[in-house]
Design a protein around this ligand. Sequence first.
Ligand code: ADP
Length: 268
Amino acid sequence: DKPLHNKRLIENRLEEIGHIIVVLANKGGVGKSTVSANLSAGLARLGFRVGVADADIHGPNQSRFFGFAGGRTRTTYDGLKTLAFEADGISHPVKVGSLAFMLEDDSTPVVWRDAYKHDFIHHLIGSFDWGSLDYLVVDMPPGTGNELITLCDMLEGSDVSAVLVTTPQAVAQMDSLKAGRFCNERGLPVIGAVENMAGIVCPHCSEEFHLFPDAGLGEALEGLGISRLAAIPLAPELAMGSDTGQPVVTERPESAVARAFEPLIEAV
Ligand code: ADP
């Protein structure tokens, strides 16, 4: 009976969205936001109508990845009006929906219990004015808890699939295996896994070396029927792209790191 939980409203909204891609990792700091931003920008570059929904409530950085640092908007009480942002400067707009636009400033902490977060996930997907989209990419927070369960409950019956992000390290892979098992148990199809921070090329001698010991992602995930879609190197362009709000796939599409995203973009 609360407007935010109006089931029909959410159903109407979801009818306008072709595919929903949930980007998750279970672990923090492995590159979910980086992958979400570059996947969204890469799809937009191909001409698709794309939105990216930032479900990382305590660390909503997606706005920054698209150059919206400091951008603020006011929303109506029930949040049913337009809350979509178009990023120009890339060949096609990406709509970015983020709690960051509703906070007082960039350093405002979000101190919310689960009930608020549950409401916000409904609000983000169901009430933001996404319009008609081919793809909505959802950047998830770490973990397999509240936000992910809420989202899965909400999206039951929709065209939704997941992309897992991990690094070569055993600790990250173990966490991504948990995310993979979550997906299998919830019946959420997994498109595949992205191995991020996979190697780095020395800017002086051009030799490639591996910062993280490779724990053998292939075998571990294959056990769950999940294949490795892409290996993204550690690259200063990616770190810089997130700070300057220019996703590398649209900013430097010919670079090796941008091309590393291609198999992922093709797979979705
Ligand atoms: P998560 O969303 O999983 O917490 P982020 O995408 O925010 O992770 O990445 C964490 C930090 O590492 C960010 O500052 C990002 O710019 C940087 N980063 C992520 N992947 C790479 C990469 N392949 N090369 C360089 N920097 C990266």
